[in-house]
Design a protein around this ligand. Structure first.
Ligand SMILES: [Zn+2]
Length: 365
């Protein structure tokens, strides 16, 4: 068994229970290629996606928990094609709220008047790119918010809703685990609903001099970690992965605070202006090198956006993936995998980086 030490080109080879640290710089590149792990977030029909995803080199896919039959089919086909499947839950899933609390109004996050104004302006913007709106990624314009409404996780009932979703996902036989998405603040700062503001005031009274951002990040991190622990309690072998989204303005790379198995953080976002390769490399390096700053469990992963307008060229994708690898990050997540699978140029690029040349055949016809 060969494990790659993620902080240096040192390979740690475990032989008969003995761990030996051997410096193998010449073999480092080859080992690194072997160590690359490609995970996709997206959707579509399992039959149309899984065999093709396997040929590209995906080894993990994240799909919505609903419809449950589609998730089960992904798991079934995933087994045949050596792909692990995760079911996804989100704070934007208002149907999940209705399922648990059919007679109660969902406690949606609230924004300030100015933020609400920004939401209306973005929604009404008729230009194709909504004037460089980043849709939950790091903003380019002065005031940006997510146009998607999100449940306020400061309401304890929202925790219950998410727990029900975790149970539902982990009931699917053979599923690898759960994936979190859209766990954050709609305004990238903090919820302004009366409950959140009351909790913030109580927090500040208890911790005089602390910033409101501290309350926002601590409660966000606690919520994630509580859910991750719950998933492990439901099934100790379940893996928990996440994509940090929407962004959190005062600390975009907070993902290493999350006690999950794999935390994907954005290293190259979807939209123009595309991130410089320097920034991608720097983020990938931080994602990898700082992964264990707070917890020993998490692996860091770099997320790359692909498929929205403008669609990235093969050259652009190649440069972004190379920058991530140059930053030392061997785990790459891409959203959306269905766009990669259905776009031959993109599929070719990912196959070059992640395809298992000479590996197991992934389909019979
Ligand atoms: Zn709130």
């Amino acid at each position: 068994m060969i494990l790659l030490d993620r902080h240096s080109p040192t390979a740690i080879i475990l032989l008969g229970g003995m761990a030996l640290g051997l410096c193998l710089p010449a073999a480092g590149a080859a080992l690194r290629a072997e160590a690359r792990i490609l995970t996709g977030w997206g959707g579509g029909k399992a039959e149309e996606m899984v065999p093709k995803a396997a040929r590209i080199g995906f080894v993990e896919l994240v799909v919505d928990r609903q419809p449950a039959a589609n998730l089960a089919r992904y798991v079934e086909l995933g087994k045949q094609h050596h792909i692990d499947i995760y079911g996804c839950l989100s704070l934007g899933d208002l149907a999940a709220w209705k399922q648990t609390y059919p007679d109660s109004v969902p406690p949606l996050q609230v924004m300030s008047a100015a933020e609400e104004e920004a939401r209306k302006r973005i929604q009404a913007d008729p230009t194709p790119d909504k004037s460089r709106y980043q849709f939950g990624g790091e903003p380019v314009n002065e005031t940006e918010v997510l146009v998607t409404p999100l449940l306020c996780f400061h309401d304890p009932r929202v925790m219950e809703v998410c727990k029900r979703q975790i149970e539902e996902v982990l009931k699917v036989p053979g599923v690898k685990g759960v994936a979190f998405d859209f766990i954050g603040y709609q305004n990238y700062r903090c919820c302004r609903c009366p409950r959140s503001q009351t909790l913030l005031a109580a927090h500040l009274q208890k911790h005089p001099g602390e910033s409101p951002e501290r309350f926002a990040i601590e409660t966000l991190v606690d919520f994630n970690n509580h859910l991750a622990a719950y998933a492990r309690a439901v099934n100790p072998t379940a893996q928990v992965i996440t994509h940090v989204y929407p962004t959190f303005l005062s600390e975009p790379l907070y993902g290493n605070r999350l006690d999950v198995d794999v935390c994907a953080q954005t290293a190259a976002w979807f939209f123009e202006p595309f991130w410089s390769t320097q920034k991608i490399r720097d983020y990938a390096r931080t994602i990898t090198n700082e992964a264990h700053r707070y917890h020993s469990r998490p692996h860091g992963a770099a997320l790359i956006g692909y498929g929205r307008q403008p669609v990235k060229s093969a050259e652009r994708l190649t440069a972004e993936l190379q920058a991530i690898l140059d930053g030392g990050c061997v785990r790459v997540h891409v959203s959306s995998f269905d766009d990669v699978v259905t776009t031959p140029e993109a599929a070719d690029v990912f196959r070059k980086f992640f395809g298992k040349a000479g590996g197991q055949p992934t389909e019979t016809h």
